[in-house]
Design a protein around this ligand. Sequence first.
Ligand SMILES: Nc1ncnc2c1ncn2[C@@H]1O[C@H](COP(=O)(O)OP(=O)(O)O)[C@@H](O)[C@H]1O
Ligand SMILES: [Mg+2]
Length: 437
Amino acid sequence: MSWKLGKSKPKANVTSLAIQDLQISPRSTTPTPGNPNGKPMPRSGILAIRVLWSEGLNVPGAVPPAVQAALSSQQAKAAASVSPSSVTQHRLASHKKGTRDSVQRQQCWWLPYLVMEFEVNQVLITPLGGDMEKPLYMYETHFDVSRNSEISIQCYLRTEEPKRGSDGIADDMGNDIFMGGVRFKPDFDDLPTQDTWYELVGGSGKIQIGLAFQPNNGQSLTIDDFELITVIGKGSFGKVMQVRKRDTSRIYALKTIRKQHIVERGEITHTLAERLVLARVNNPFIVPLKFSFQSAQKLYLVLAFVNGGELFHHLQREQRFDEERARFYSAELLLALEHLHELDVVYRDLKPENILLDYTGHIALCDFGLCKLNMKDSDTTNTFCGTPEYLAPEILYNQGYSKVIDWWTLGVLLYEMLSGLPPFFDEHRHHVPEDSQ
Ligand SMILES: Nc1ncnc2c1ncn2[C@@H]1O[C@H](COP(=O)(O)OP(=O)(O)O)[C@@H](O)[C@H]1O
Ligand SMILES: [Mg+2]
C-alpha cells in the first residue's frame, strides 16, 4: 500500500458520479491509439486456438546429453509412434476445459514444448508425442479477447528432466533452449477458416495453428461469472483475488474496490483514473485490464493474472540483482512508463511491490491507483502522494511536479535493485522524507 497524504476532497454525491463515469465510457469504445475514434471494435469475445504440430524443428547446437539419453529410451520410441490420427477428437475435447496436463503430456519432457501467450495469459503446451523434428501437440484452448492483441507461440527445449512438485506439475524454466517462435495479430473479422502453417522466426521449421473467434453477445459480466480461488493481495480499497472465469476457465486477478471506501477517502478520481488508464494501455509490460463491471457496492477490475510474483519478493529473497538483470527490468519499465507518458499519464507509484514478473520473467507493471491523467509534458500537479522512499524532491518541496517524477522513481528502483536498499532509507519511515530533502 502507498503512503498518501492527499488533501480531503469534496464528498457529496460522489457515488453516483463514479457509477456514471464508469458507464459512459464502456471499455470497447474508449479511444485508444489503435482506435482513435473510439468506435466499437469487434474484438471482445472468445478466441479458440488449436495448435496441431510442428515440422522441421532444429535444435541449435548440440542436443543436451539428458535429452539425448531420453530420446533413446523405450518411452521415447512409444511417443514417436503417436500420430495425429491416434489422438482422437474426443481427446481434444477433453482438453478444452483446462486440465491440460495429462500424464502423457508430462512424460514427453525431452521434446520441444511451447509457451503460448495472449494478453499476458500464458499457457504451457507440452507435446503428446512425435519426435524432435516433428512434435505433436493436438492442443486446443480458449482465450478471452478484450482488444486487438497478438498471439505469441514460442518453442523451447528443456535441457534436463524437470523436477515435479507434489502436485505433479513441472517446476519449470531452467536454462531451456529457444527454438524459435511465431507472433502475429489475428484479424478477428477475417480469420483463416483452415488450419494454417506459420514459419518460426529465430529458429527453423513451422507450426500448424487453427483459429476461431466468437464475438460476445454484449452482455456485461457479473461476479457470478467467476469462481473465486484465493486472495492474492490486499489492496488499499479492497482485495485482489485469483479467480477463474467459468466459461473459458481462464485465470485472472480480480481487484475489488468498495465504493464506500473510495467515497469516504475522497479517492474517486484516482479510482476512475485507474480504470480509464488500464482500459487505454496496450503495452507488453503493463498488466492488461480484461473487463470491468460493478455491483451496487463494489467496482471490479478483472486483470490478467501475472504469476511470477512481485519483484519485491524476488529482491527480498535474492537481496540484490546483478547489473544485467537490473538493466533488463529497468529497460522494460522504461518502456512501460514511456507508454504511460505518451498517453499523458503520470504513474507516481513505481516500487517493487507494484511490479510483477510473468511466467517467462518479463515485467508487468500493476496498480494504477495513484496515476493521474491528462498530464501534458509541461503540466504540473501538487497532490502529495507516493511511497516515502521513492518520493522525488519536487514532491517533498511541494513546488508542483510533472511526469518526470516517474524517472526519479525509476532511478530509485534501479538503485534498490543493485544494492538491496533504496538510496533514501530509514528504519523509521517518517524520517525518510527528511533524509531525501
Ligand atoms: N494482475 C495481477 N496478477 C497477480 N497479482 C496481482 C495482480 N494485481 C495485483 N496483484 C497483487 O495484489 C497486490 C495489490 O494490488 P495493487 O493493485 O498493487 O493494490 P494496492 O492499490 O492496494 O497497492 C499487488 O502488490 C500484487 O501482489
Ligand atoms: Mg500496490
